[in-house]
Ligand binder design. Structure first.
Ligand code: GLN
Length: 196
């Protein structure tokens, strides 16, 4: 089987952790900074980091429209934390002028957990990746505050809060599987990219 070529948007954020996870699964990893890089890949990771910075840099680097087009054309995408924010069709508590790429029919609220729970870890039941439960680290994490009819919830906190959404080939997570050696979401991206 040929190695799937997967991009990681490498403008800001935890690019290295995602690259490692993908390389560990046998993917050919491309750091995506320019539209030419995007044209080479069969799937894309939007990393955790600071969504407002990634948004600004993506516009400065001429990446916003190519990424929007790739998503509209069906490119498989995995976004974690800031990456989830960037995939939201609707954003709450963004900074002034903050934009998203969109792709998920959902509203995402930035920094949704109060100061006492700015950072926490838990195990989540995620049927899309099966057993065992997924280890999930949340860091100044967003929450999905509303899910539209085109998107599907794939992960919830014990209190019901939505922290994972899928729409077609696009998956967005509030947490950071790349920090926990939890590679099943990256595997899902690879499988989707191979099938696409
Ligand atoms: N709070 C960050 C943002 O708004 C996301 C945090 C993260 O990616 N760990 O983009």
């Amino acid at each position: 089987m040929t190695r799937a070529r997967i991009g990681v948007l490498a403008l800001q954020g935890d690019v290295r952790e995602h690259s490692r996870a993908l390389a560990g699964l046998g993917a050919d990893v491309v750091l995506v900074r320019r539209p030419e890089d995007l044209a080479e890949v069969a799937g894309l990771v939007l990393p955790g980091g600071e969504s407002s910075v990634i948004d600004k840099l993506s516009r400065a680097f001429g990446m916003r429209d190519p990424i929007r087009t790739a998503i509209a054309d069906g490119m498989p995408v995995l976004g974690t934390c800031a990456g989830l924010i960037l995939l939201a069709d609707r954003l709450e508590d963004g900074i002034a002028g903050q934009q998203t790429f969109g792709g998920l029919d959902a509203t995402v609220r930035r920094n949704a957990f109060g100061s006492q729970t700015e950072s926490f870890e838990t195990d989540l039941d995620v049927p899309a990746v099966g057993d065992p439960r997924a280890r999930a680290t949340f860091i100044r994490a967003p929450i999905v505050s509303e899910v539209g009819p085109s998107a599907e919830v794939i992960a919830r906190l014990p209190d019901g809060g939505v922290v994972g959404v899928r729409q077609g080939r696009v998956v967005g997570l509030s947490f950071h599987p790349e920090l926990d050696g939890e590679t099943r979401f990256h595997e899902l991206l690879l499988d989707t990219a191979r099938d696409a």
